[in-house]
Design a protein around this ligand. Sequence first.
Ligand code: ADP
Length: 368
Amino acid sequence: RKKIAILTSGGDSQGMSACVRAVVRTAIHYGCDAFAVYEGYEGLVRGGSEYIRKMAWEDVRGWLSEGGTKIGTARCAAFREREGRLTAAMNLVTEGIDALVVCGGDGSLTGADRFRQEWPSLMEELLKTRRITSEQLKGHEHLTIVGTVGSIDNDMALTDSTIGAYSSLDRIIEMVDYIDSTAMSHSRAFVVEVMGRHCGWLALLAGIATEADYAFLPERAKSPLVWEKELLEICEHHRKQGKRKTVVIVAEGAIDNELKPITPEIVKDLLVEKLGLDTRITTLGHVQRGGTAVAFDRILATMQGVDAVRCILESTPATPSYIIGVKENNVCRFPLMESVQITQSVAEAIKNHDFDLAMSLRDSEFSD
Ligand code: ADP
């Protein structure tokens, strides 16, 4: 009887609970035992029944519509060290678990792949130091890892969308709509900062969906001379046409062509000084991660959770670790490390101001 565990790790996102529900129930459907590891890798390192819990069908009832992650998430320094991963491996073997679904961002998935690669040497060390018996090791010579991407940033390469991105976008749009009515009443300008780290997906789509006047994206860094002129001309033009509100979206990772951050304060000062607009800053902050998952994320998390279990049941020691993603509305499997490496190269290229490279990397297809 196969024992499959799921954990959520890194930054939380809407739909993670739906993913846990799907993995637990699909595992049970296929006659496996399902486990949830609470508090991400921290729970794996701490071990014991408080953190590694066997899940029944009804334990995840109602989780489809819950926001965040019901099994907790954490950042865990210990798991970055071999000693921490050794303890985590011992805790898994003690429970008889040999397959792990990790729902998280690129950091969490990198950790997962490292864990899988190290597994044979971790087993060897545990056996040598007598922390596990050869009896316990039987059937656990390999660890199967499958990733599902939970992130509001939609920053993972190869997959079209990550679990939580559309819910976060929805939160942003709702908040900007609220701001709109007061902006219109007072004829004010609002500079709205949105999350997304090095990825401008949330800022770009929020800009389109809220008919913002201007959006600053990490991928479109321009010299101050250029963006200042553009911003002022566009906002002024809209005002002359009778628009009573001005909305500018600033991605948290927005930079100029010299890699200097473009902050909401810089933009506000310019709108006040050059256009005389009564300007306020709104930093949306953690409301962007909050609330329940929109329909798309519930469906995405469910379909990916189902396929994650199928992927585990079909995998052999020779197959690489996969992430379950989505491409043109089809759930797909991508090699985990290829996806993580491209994602990290994109972030690096943006930091180095090589936007053409970043864009072509983002558009890359899985090289099967
Ligand atoms: P995200 O998954 O959202 O990108 P982080 O980068 O903070 O978030 O990673 C979450 C956790 O994953 C870390 O706290 C750590 O426990 C684990 N992790 C990240 N990178 C590695 C790594 N290179 N090796 C081992 N564990 C890692």
